[in-house]
Design a protein around this ligand. Structure first.
Ligand code: HEC
Ligand code: HEC
Length: 330
């Protein structure tokens, strides 16, 4: 009898703990909703046949005029989805005009390109294909080459009624890009696992919010959901000099004077992997980029200690690629 009573007491004690833990996690969930950054979750609804076909094409050099470069040449999936150059290099080593942004998580951005001129991933692809200093080709030439490859012809016939077509190539490449989602330790922290990031990284996140970085770099992609002026609190472009067309930002798209030097706020996911920084590739290190942001976007000089903590927070945003998405270096 006594043993039974003890067991009952232990049992009710355990269920009490369970209730507390449950209500505890409910509190965490609602706190998560109040955060300006939401956790990243991999897409579960993708067509894997398309993803795999898209991965092949993303790595296929026949998508360039002289068969020398692929999408992956500039967007190396194993290097944060970038080329790590100040400005890109296309066919014949032609120098580009602007820094290569990452393709990782780019499906979450409200528009594509620094100036937001493409409204979808599908539309974005026409850019590099036709640019002289990028892939320098056109769809008829690409289709000519790829139609000689029986395995592509067969695979596209399997997935699409109208087989190998430019629109279907864009569709599979975009589906592959939608698979490039990289949850990180920070996302586990947002989901309630308080020890997923270090105490310094938590302090860095608090500072990121307190200084106001989060007014622009926010949402699930920690950026990518609005345009903002580069140089809110100081004239970045006058101080840097040598202004060119790529510096005009969204003005190039809208021709509206108020959009001059406005850019899509870039995502800060995987930011520790994608130096150099800014559309002009002018900031060599994350520290340089944070200093410039504090000065020109917030009008602040940051103590080195705060700068260091924010950098540590930014490093916690390097994520993991899903297994099927990993790219081959071209
Ligand atoms: C020669 C290097 C180069 C090649 C090749 C290249 N890109 Fe890019 N990519 C860039 C540069 C540079 C930009 C930014 C251009 C701009 O914003 O004006 C960019 C932008 C993008 C973006 C927009 C990301 C964002 O957040 O705005 C996506 C997506 C993308 N490229 C995918 C591709 C795909 C798919 C291919 C192959 C069909 C490709 N790229 C080929 C250099 C390249
Ligand atoms: C008023 C909006 C705004 C605020 C506030 C802001 N940023 Fe930015 N951030 C931008 C824009 C716009 C860019 C793109 C600038 C460009 O290259 O044209 C950018 C770029 C960056 C980049 C480089 C991204 C890349 O891919 O090259 C980093 C890193 C960055 N911001 C970090 C921060 C940090 C840290 C803070 C707070 C100290 C901050 N930002 C505050 C708007 C903002």
């Amino acid at each position: 009898m006594k043993i039974h009573k003890v067991l009952v007491t232990i049992c009710s004690f355990i269920s009490l703990i369970a209730v507390f833990t449950l209500s505890g996690s409910a509190v965490v969930e609602s706190a998560e909703l109040n955060e300006p950054i939401q956790p990243l979750k991999p897409r579960q609804d993708l067509n894997l046949e398309k993803v795999n076909l898209g991965k092949l094409l993303f790595n296929d050099k026949r998508l360039s005029g002289d068969n020398s470069i692929s999408c992956a040449s500039c967007h190396d999936i194993n290097k944060g989805g970038v080329d790590q150059l100040p400005v890109s290099k296309g066919v014949g080593d032609a120098s580009g005009l602007i820094n290569t942004p990452t393709v990782l998580n780019s499906s979450l951005n409200f528009r594509q390109f620094w100036d937001g001129r493409a409204s979808s991933l599908e539309e974005q692809i026409d850019g590099p294909i036709h640019m002289k200093h990028e892939m320098n080709t056109d769809w008829p030439s690409i289709l000519n080459k790829l139609k000689q490859d029986q395995s592509y012809v067969d695979s596209f016939n399997k997935v699409y009624k109208n087989g190998l077509q430019a629109d279907n190539i864009k569709d599979v490449i975009s589906e592959y890009e939608r698979s490039l989602i990289t949850p990180s330790r920070f996302d586990r922290y947002l989901q309630g696992q308080k020890d997923a990031i270090t105490e310094n990284e938590i302090k860095g996140y608090e500072l990121f919010k307190r200084y106001g970085c989060v007014a622009c770099h926010q949402g699930v992609n920690i950026g990518g959901n609005m345009y903002q002026l580069f140089g809110v609190m100081g004239d970045y472009f006058k101080d840097r000099g040598n202004i060119n067309d790529s510096d005009l930002g969204h003005f190039n798209v809208s021709k509206n004077e108020q959009d001059r030097h406005k850019f899509k706020v870039p995502s800060l996911r995987n930011i520790a992997l994608t130096a150099p920084y800014f559309h002009d590739g002018s900031a060599k290190t994350l520290r340089d980029a944070v200093k410039i942001m504090a000065k020109y976007q917030l009008g602040r000089t940051m103590p080195e200690k705060d700068e260091e903590l924010i950098i540590q927070f930014l490093q916690s945003l390097s994520g993991e690629l899903p297994a099927q998405a990993k790219g081959e270096k071209q």
